[in-house]
Design a protein around this ligand. Structure first.
Ligand code: NAP
Length: 301
């Protein structure tokens, strides 16, 4: 129920019609309240704010004026918001993108906004259930865009011995590699064009798709040819950041070859849960967030 004390959370991006965040966060807020006594209810609502790039500055100033408590950021604002914030966490600086903003508090006064990146925690959460020692292991990451940066930061945290990036433009790959040498995490990545995947895939303990290849409606596509996939080691973990369809062709190919398959839905759920915990400063019902998405997407898991 919305009252005169209801506090605002939300997501900014453009366009936003397909965002699943309002559904997932409001389901969690309702579930927390269903377990609480009347005096302990949390009075929050999570709204979509479709904001065009030219209105970003005005929107952030307006958010302070109307007392928004925190918000998520999606395409196209993940990088452009950074100069508008008073603080950016180390992990968001290393990734070069912010997906979660909360109020900066200094001596209990609101001093602007702090940005962080919960995509890294979201990416790591399903991998951490496998309790692997990653120190001798090899990660192969397909794509060198925004999501690839969160995946690289996650792989660095897990301590992978080698991290290989596959891309289609040597200029973009070189810039990507350079940015990590200059980042707070200072790491050397190996970069390759797609024709090298065929010789590299057999070494992969973790293979991650961060490209949009295979995303709805192009559900028959996969970033990896059948013959190349045949060289995959059967014990490998294959992770697709895409969550619609579920599973993707890429994950079906992996499962047919005995690999462990992880879809992008859990990353979406876990990055959201990490953000909500930051705003509410309490643990949140991850199972409710997951269930709300499974129900909405018609998945029987
Ligand atoms: P992005 O910044 O546009 O990066 C996309 C990357 O894929 C780029 O490196 C691009 O190559 C490459 N690529 C695109 N089309 C390609 C093609 N036909 N062949 C080869 N490479 C291609 O996008 P993003 O934000 O990183 O998102 C990527 C995917 O991750 C999307 O499907 C998104 O939905 C998903 N994602 C999921 C989550 C989650 O929570 N599960 C979170 C974030 C993103 P160039 O650099 O050469 O253009």
């Amino acid at each position: 129920m919305i009252t005169s004390k209801t506090k605002l959370l939300g997501v900014i991006g453009y366009p936003l019609e397909h965002s699943l965040s309002p559904l997932m966060h409001n389901a969690a807020i309702q579930a927390i309240n269903a377990q609480q006594a009347q005096q302990n209810l949390i009075d929050y609502i999570y709204l979509p704010f479709p904001i065009k790039p030219e209105n970003l500055n005005a929107a952030i100033t307006g958010f302070s004026a109307i007392g928004v408590q925190g918000f998520n950021i999606t395409i196209p604002h993940k990088q452009t918001i950074m100069p508008l914030l008073s603080e950016v966490s180390d992990i968001a600086q290393a990734v070069g993108a912010v997906n979660t903003v909360y109020k900066t508090h200094s001596h209990r006064t609101h001093q602007g906004w702090t940005g962080t990146n919960t995509d890294v925690a979201g990416f790591l959460a399903p991998l951490q259930t496998y309790r692997w020692d990653m120190h001798q292991k090899v990660a192969v990451i397909l794509g060198n865009g925004g999501a690839s940066r969160a995946v690289v930061a996650g792989c660095i945290q897990l301590g992978f011995a080698e991290i290989h990036i596959i891309g289609r433009s040597i200029e973009k790959l070189t810039a990507f590699q350079q940015s990590w040498l200059n980042s707070p995490l200072a790491i050397s990545l190996k970069i390759h064009k797609w024709d090298k995947l065929s010789s590299l895939i057999s070494q992969a303990d973790l293979l991650v798709n961060t490209t949009p290849i295979g995303m709805y409606p192009n559900i028959q596509e996969s970033p990896v040819d059948e013959k190349v996939f045949d060289k995959l080691s059967p014990g490998a973990i294959v992770y697709d950041l895409i969550y619609i369809p579920n599973p993707t062709k890429f994950l079906q190919q992996a499962q047919e070859r005995g690999a462990i398959a992880i879809d992008g839905l859990e990353m979406l759920v876990q990055q959201g849960a990490a953000a909500l915990e930051l705003w509410l400063q309490q643990s949140v019902p991850v199972d409710v967030m997951r269930y709300s998405l499974h129900k909405h997407l018609g998945l029987n898991k």
